[in-house]
Design a protein around this ligand. Structure first.
Ligand SMILES: *Cc1c(COP(=O)(O)O)cnc(C)c1O
Length: 426
């Protein structure tokens, strides 16, 4: 599918008068249409709820948009819980799907009444010791091990993943939890990441639905909800076909009717914890070409770097690039598009065919709406960028300001000259 930016060169030239590059910009219209599409796709399930994976895009303005569609938050750390609480999420609005969880985080999640999703059988005792009595509702994360395949295609390798209970532990865990007075049970699994196939959710759903039936037979527990978690991907590459959420919802329904309904479990709620799918395509990293360099290769140096978007450096991930205003020009140049870190992996693109880029051109790096800004860091003393929201009416709202040197130095308040650092270049 042809990848087109949701902003034009003219729009960006206007925006940079107020907010200089680099910045992440999000498309409210796209976020809303997609949020509605997911809701519609699972409307057949009475209890359906999406818990947005906060780690993907931890911005309260964006999460508040999703909230209008009835969505909750999926958290995995103290500050994600705090952020969710601060925008009014509480109790069942919050799913706490963490791992290697510190005691204080369990305690805070329990205090908020969040639904706790345990990552390990030993956490039953750990949680009980931490908060006293276990909550009425508990979910457990499942990891069947081995390879996760769809027909013969290997999708991911759960056998190598640190998450979840083994099958044996899950049955044992449910027995223990039941004995300890837990009333409502949930089942969760996340077995493959960034899947660009409509078959992932239905395949996962079948595994979990059959497991839920067995759990009832062997432990007497009927699960109240099944959490299909994240993993629905997006087409980062132009040659990939986007997932069809309507078709995915319909296929999950089919499996539900084949497995759960005949077992008398037609009341089970379906939950999701999507991150990438909810926000990924609706974010751009906008950056300006500030240098060109002709050495052993052709380089374009931009004013963003890997601290603004880590995925290419970290995973060699592909992010499509559009040179604004040159959408119709032939891609007859080959460039490495680099940032300024003193790390040779700080490249947004390697040997990429692009139109001729001139200094001052604005580049849109696509699909940065999830796991983009949020993976940011401060290496080389680089500062995090601003986040902007392109609203439905075409106006732009600052939804997080850019860091300044003062933010970078803030944790040096134990340093005697700290007060002089601030934003001043002394
Ligand atoms: C990261 C994560 C998600 C979201 O995954 P996406 O691939 O972004 O949809 C959901 N649940 C848990 C527990 C996660 O760790």
């Amino acid at each position: 599918m042809k990848k087109e930016p949701f902003v034009t060169r003219e729009q960006i030239e206007e925006i940079v008068k107020t907010y200089p590059t680099p910045f992440h910009i999000y498309d409210e219209k796209g976020i809303r249409a997609n949020a509605q599409a997911l809701k519609d796709a699972f409307a057949w399930n009475k209890g359906f709820r999406e818990y947005f994976a906060v780690k993907a895009t931890p911005n309260p303005f964006l999460i508040n948009i999703l909230r209008e569609y009835g969505y909750g938050c999926d958290c995995s750390s103290l500050t994600e819980l705090m952020l969710s609480k601060a925008i009014g999420m509480e109790g069942e609005d919050i799913m706490f799907s963490s791992n290697d969880t510190p005691a204080e985080e369990f305690a805070y999640a329990a205090k908020l009444g969040a639904t706790i999703n345990l990552d390990d059988i030993t956490h039953i005792e750990f949680l009980e010791k931490t908060i006293g009595k276990l909550p009425q509702t508990i979910s457990c994360r499942y990891n069947p091990g081995g390879m996760f395949k769809i027909t013969t295609d290997i999708m991911d390798n759960p056998g190598d993943a640190k998450y979840g209970f083994t099958t044996e532990q899950l049955f044992e865990g449910f027995r223990i939890l039941k004995e300890k007075g837990v009333k409502n049970f949930g089942l969760h699994a996340f077995l493959a990441s960034n899947t660009v196939t409509n078959a992932y959710y239905p395949t996962l759903a079948k595994t979990l639905f059959e497991l839920a039936v067995q759990l009832r037979e062997k432990t007497g527990v009927t699960v109240a909800f099944i959490n299909l978690s994240g993993g629905i991907g997006i087409p980062y590459r132009p040659d990939q076909e986007p997932n069809d959420i309507k078709a995915i919802g319909a296929s999950v329904k089919k499996v539900y009717e084949e497995v759960l309904v005949p077992a008398g479990m037609g009341e089970v709620a379906i939950y999701t914890e999507l991150g990438r799918f909810m926000m990924g395509p609706y974010g751009h990293l906008v950056t300006k070409a500030i240098h060109e360099k002709h050495t052993h290769k052709e380089y374009i140096g931009v004013d963003a770097c890997a601290v603004n978007l880590m995925r290419p450096a970290m995973y060699g991930a592909y992010h499509h690039i559009t040179v604004l205003g040159k959408e119709q020009k032939p891609c007859d140049h080959v460039y490495d598009v680099t940032g300024s870190l003193c790390e040779n992996n700080d490249k947004f693109a390697i040997d990429r065919e692009l139109p001729k880029i001139d200094k001052g051109d604005y580049l849109v790096i696509h699909d940065t709406g999830a796991h983009g800004f949020s993976m940011g860091y401060n290496y080389n003393g680089k500062l995090r960028s601003a986040e902007l929201l392109l609203k439905e009416d075409g106006s732009v709202q600052l939804i997080r300001r850019a860091e300044t040197p003062k933010d970078y130095f803030a944790t040096f308040d134990c340093f005697e000259n700290y007060s002089e650092l601030g934003d001043k270049m002394i």
